[in-house]
Design a protein around this ligand. Structure first.
Ligand code: ADP
Ligand code: ADP
Length: 226
């Protein structure tokens, strides 16, 4: 488990664009924080800097009390879930979920245990031997979540993970992710442009605009003082 601390974090892209201006935030251990704001306001850039997929131009990023600015994504012990959750088409659900562990040389028995446990939590037990093309969109998205969970990361980073799903499924998946978070208690940072999603899912909501934090508030505070 881990908290995440961003201090004076900035991002200048190579073309000089100042995508994230002065980002200061302490995400507590176990908290579910949502970054919300219009397209282009810097949500993904910030998330990608936390993940280590984008270099931090200035400031300090700590995960679990350790400065990780210069660490590779793999060394940060976090899992990322995107909207384009590319599952391996030739592998079964079980193989998809266990693949990262296999690469990490986790013993087979332990892989099976962790995959089974994640499958139970995500109601995928009955689908473990299917291939991705035999699954519905929501089921595939749950496999993508399962793949992240089995690694037992210190934190989850999710970038618009539901935006490719239809409205009904999106509402269902919000509930699945919230349930999963309650169960696992893993620090989660969730990016969305959807205010309803932010309000229903976040313990705290970070409202961004033009690379700045405009407001940090609980759903109730936002509801009362929008
Ligand atoms: P959001 O996730 O809120 O939609 P992003 O973090 O993706 O916003 O992008 C923030 C700003 O940075 C946008 O104006 C975007 O065009 C710009 N940007 C993103 N990636 C790059 C890049 N590789 N080079 C230059 N500018 C970029
Ligand atoms: P959704 O409405 O969520 O997109 P689908 O209509 O695609 O769901 O699927 C409904 C059910 O049928 C799901 O439980 C799914 O597992 C099953 N299913 C879908 N495609 C296949 C397939 N090619 N082979 C076997 N089962 C399938």
């Amino acid at each position: 488990m881990a908290d995440i601390q961003l201090q004076h974090v900035r991002k200048f892209y190579d073309n000089g664009y100042h995508a994230v201006k002065d980002f200061n935030l302490h995400i507590r251990d176990g908290e579910f924080v949502v970054f919300v704001g219009p397209s282009g306001c810097g949500k993904s850039t910030t998330l990608r800097m936390i993940a280590g997929l984008e270099e931090i131009s200035d400031g300090s990023l700590q995960i679990g009390g350790r400065v990780v600015n210069d660490l590779q994504p793999k060394e940060r012990d976090i899992a990322m879930v995107f909207q384009n959750y590319a599952l391996y088409p030739h592998m079964t659900v079980r193989e998809n979920m266990g693949f990262a562990l296999k690469l990490d040389k986790v013993p087979k028995g332990q892989i099976a245990e962790r995959v089974d446990e994640a499958a139970r939590m995500l109601h995928l037990d009955a689908l473990l031997d299917r291939k991705p093309k035999e699954l519905s969109g929501g089921q595939r998205q749950r496999v993508a979540l399962g793949r992240a969970i089995v690694r037992k990361p210190h934190a989850f980073l999710m970038d618009e993970p539901l935006s490719n799903l239809d409205a009904k499924l999106r509402v269902e998946m919000r509930a699945s992710i919230t349930r999963l978070h309650r169960k696992l208690g893993v620090t989660t940072v969730y990016v969305t442009h959807d205010q309803v999603e932010a309000m229903t899912m976040g313990d705290r909501i970070v409202v961004m605009k033009d690379g700045d934090i405009q407001q940090v508030a609980s759903p109730l505070e936002l509801y009362e003082h929008p």
